[in-house]
Write a protein that binds this ligand. Structure first.
Ligand code: PGA
Length: 252
């Protein structure tokens, strides 16, 4: 059985006082033991504080991106070593917004994934097709290629340490969700791609999240599907109430 993982991606939202409000509410309302892995990826400057503020909760903190180098003259960047030094446990890699606006290539996604593994951080590697690719019928080949490039030079034994997030770009922040069956089909194709690249055991163990307009109303159906092991959530992770509902749905 794969343990489910519910991760919130806050993107570029929340001021310091809004973060504090969220955490206060979360601390008083979250169940101390959850059956799912829970992750929040805030803007980088809140990571250290949130690690402290969520210490006695099941919540893990992650970053939304990082550089692959340990240190260096890369103005504005943060490194894997810095992340572990403040207690971050996860990092989102290759989010479609990073690919689109910040030139994150498949090769860089691969380098960052390797760097995260070396540092003991769990990478959440995002893949997904654009609307044009879906309409052209190349969804599966697109995500297969993204997966095979992201996993280049990664050993079979490390595959289970990686989380894959399938996020169709057209479903992100648009209110349009892939149907649960469509999402499951692509997640199944991703699992099959991992089996082809490695073996059945690695494919069975790797966790695959769906992301794209997940909310408390649609999460149950998505999670009922065979290949969907959790959700990467933007908008609905910003409010404590809906985030807690997502965790609860994952724990069922
Ligand atoms: P959304 O974002 O839930 O707001 O669609 C998901 C994501 O980009 O990870």
């Amino acid at each position: 059985m794969r343990k489910r993982i519910i991760a919130g991606n806050w993107k570029m939202f929340k001021t310091a006082s809004e973060v504090e409000q969220f955490t206060d509410a979360l601390q008083s309302e979250i169940q101390q033991s959850t059956k799912v892995d829970v992750v929040i990826c805030p803007p980088a400057l809140y990571i250290a504080n949130l690690v402290q503020a969520t210490k006695n909760t099941p919540v893990n903190i992650g970053a939304q991106t990082m550089h692959n180098e340990k240190e260096g003259a890369f103005t504005g960047e943060i490194s894997p070593t810095m992340l572990t030094s403040v207690g971050a446990k996860y990092v989102i890699i290759g989010h479609s917004e990073r690919r689109q606006y910040f030139n994150e290539t498949d090769e860089w996604v691969n380098a960052k994934t390797i760097a995260a593994l070396e540092e003991g951080i769990t990478p959440i590697v995002c893949v997904g097709e654009s609307l044009e690719e879906r309409d052209a019928g190349v969804t599966v080949s697109t995500v297969e290629e993204q997966v095979s490039k992201a996993f280049a030079n990664i050993a079979a034994a490390d595959v289970e340490k990686i989380v894959i997030a399938y996020e169709p770009i057209w479903a992100i922040g648009t209110g349009k969700t892939a149907t649960a069956d469509d999402a499951n089909e692509v997640c199944g194709a991703i699992r099959h791609a991992v089996a082809t690249l490695y073996n059945g055991e690695a494919a069975n163990k790797v966790r695959i999240q769906y992301g794209g307009s997940v909310n408390p109303a649609n999460i149950d159906e998505l999670l009922s599907k065979e290949h969907i092991d959790g959700a990467l959530v933007g908008g609905a992770s910003l409010q404590t109430e809906s985030f807690l509902q997502l965790i609860e749905a994952g724990s069922k």
